[in-house]
Design a protein around this ligand. Sequence first.
Ligand SMILES: Nc1ncnc2c1ncn2[C@@H]1O[C@H](COP(=O)(O)OP(=O)(O)OP(=O)(O)O)[C@@H](O)[C@H]1O
Ligand SMILES: [Mg+2]
Length: 220
Amino acid sequence: MLSIVGLSKRHPGALRPLFSELRFAIGTGEVVALVGESGVGKSTLLNCIAGLELADAGEIRVGPDALDMLRLDETARAALRATRIGFVFQAFHVLPTLTVAQNIAIPLLLSGVTPAEHPARIESLLLRVGLAGFGPRWPATLSGGELQRVAIARALVHRPALILADEPTGNLDPRTADEVLTVLLERVRDQHAGALIVTHSQHVAQCCDRILTLTPDGLE
Ligand SMILES: Nc1ncnc2c1ncn2[C@@H]1O[C@H](COP(=O)(O)OP(=O)(O)OP(=O)(O)O)[C@@H](O)[C@H]1O
Ligand SMILES: [Mg+2]
């Protein structure tokens, strides 16, 4: 679902590369934790994989057809991101002026799923993340854990091959964090996707299939 070869990134003006010559892969149904000290480059790596930031060199092959994010023009990159990738942001990024259902519909609109299919897809995902009936509600009326589950539903609704999650349980109490993580892991495995989850939590990392540690010298 993801294959990274020789990936390097240096921010403009920085003295040394944040990372260079990274190499790893994520298989079907595999959930990989990405850990490492603050500032080491985990979010930058996720953004590069999603094509939100441009890496300087390397290959980023995504999905069953293994399209290389770095060899595509901007339009094709956006299309690859919209159809193949689901992103869970650290701060949820659930839009306050859209209902829960409208928030979850965004990736369906971007990836061109027929509108007639939207309600059923949204309802079934809301059910799976334990939020049945929440569709018409406004985000402001949801708890932090509920918002994070909306963000997870939104990352999964278009059935992406790859899910990238940046501290998806960072703002949650341990019990809610566990629930959110369980939903995420189940969905990734059911949908035969792959996932890369950035986390500072040892517990979250240990629930994943494999742990990658990003250090200034590379991946361990
Ligand atoms: N656009 C940018 N230009 C210059 N430097 C940047 C830019 N974006 C990030 N950085 C720097 O790159 C380093 C890595 O940042 P990044 O956000 O990837 O770290 P992180 O591992 O996700 O940290 P945390 O665990 O705190 O979220 C930091 O020192 C940051 O200041
Ligand atoms: Mg980060």
